[in-house]
Ligand binder design. Structure first.
Ligand SMILES: Nc1ncnc2c1ncn2[C@@H]1O[C@H](COP(=O)(O)OP(=O)(O)OP(=O)(O)O)[C@@H](O)[C@H]1O
Length: 290
């Protein structure tokens, strides 16, 4: 399909943005979002790949929602569109009822790589982002110290990244984003590179941090791990293969606070098998295409 044909198809927009009905509290709304990329390696604008098509999702304020889906279904693409780091070709993404246009400072992004400056201490790595945002020096110091304490790293504030474990580095990366005080946090497979034990520890830490705030932040978490998604989330959205859209939403009604008993519960195993079935269907259909 040519890029133009795809673009025309996606012109069927999200429709007018109606005022929100009384009582609804969507922090994030994605309406019929579409994204096309030129084919990798192709210089021709005629070749295009639809990555997202008809992607609909609503997330409540203070909700923890995980996105699961086959590789390449557009999870990171949606996350980047929400953060304003990537454009889209159709539909609309709204935060607090307003269209996302350009980089959204209300969205903090934590990626898999820690992206820390190796020559700066943990404290300075957190401060540097605030400096770029024009926060005065004394406030930078205070905010960095506070968020390092929140992530349990106050004793490591003066260490350089190479003096920290992988898990500690990822906590510095989380602290750096928390320091901006965004309403929304998005995570793109943040724990994928860590060993299983550290990963489970950080999942618990992330819930502790999320639950300890005065106001719970809204979290969108991209992962490949069904167990991680269940342990963390209020809801899981499973996507179709590309062009991706939300296929099934699961409510995760495990009681909070969650701990290792939650992971070993019958309810957890039951949800895992339901989510796995839906996800496997998509992966199998994708494989049958080849
Ligand atoms: N800048 C880009 N230019 C061209 N194609 C891209 C670009 N970014 C992503 N893509 C393609 O879009 C598709 C979706 O990518 P995306 O990273 O959003 O998927 P994903 O679901 O996060 O995948 P994974 O689970 O493997 O990380 C992939 O086929 C990818 O190659």
């Amino acid at each position: 399909m040519t890029q133009q044909v795809l673009a025309e198809r996606f012109e069927q927009d999200a429709g007018p943005i109606a005022p929100r009905a009384h009582g609804t509290d969507w922090k994030i709304e994605a309406k019929r979002v579409a994204k096309i990329y030129p084919k990798p390696g192709s210089r021709s604008t005629k070749d295009a790949t639809a990555v997202l098509d008809g992607f609909d999702l609503q997330i409540k304020s203070g909700e923890f929602l995980s996105l699961l889906g086959p590789s390449g279904c557009g999870k990171s693409t949606f996350l980047n569109i929400l953060a304003g780091l990537e454009t889209h070709n159709g539909g609309a993404v709204l935060v607090d009822g307003k269209r996302v246009e350009g980089v959204n400072k209300n969205v903090g992004v934590v990626f898999q790589g820690y992206a820390l400056f190796p020559w700066l201490t943990a404290q300075k790595n957190v401060e540097v982002g605030l400096k770029i945002r024009g926060v005065p020096k004394a406030e930078r110091r205070a905010r960095a110290a506070k968020v390092l304490k929140t992530v349990g790293l106050e004793a490591a504030a003066n260490r350089l990244p190479h003096q920290l474990s992988g898990g500690m580095r990822q906590r510095v990366a989380i602290a750096r984003v928390l320091a901006y005080e965004p309403d929304i946090l998005v995570f793109d497979e943040p724990f994928a590179a860590l060993d299983a034990q550290t990963r489970e520890f950080l999942q618990g830490e992330l819930l502790r941090i999320w639950e300890s705030g005065d106001t719970k932040k809204t979290i969108l978490f991209v992962t490949h791990s069904i167990d991680e998604a269940i342990f963390l989330s209020d809801r899981i959205a499973v996507m179709t293969r590309a062009p991706g859209k939300v296929k099934t939403l699961f409510d995760i009604e495990l009681p909070r606070p969650r701990d290792s008993d939650s992971r070993n519960s019958e309810e957890f195993a039951h949800i895992r098998s339901r989510v796995a079935r839906v996800l496997e269907e998509e992966v199998h259909i994708g494989n049958d295409d080849h």
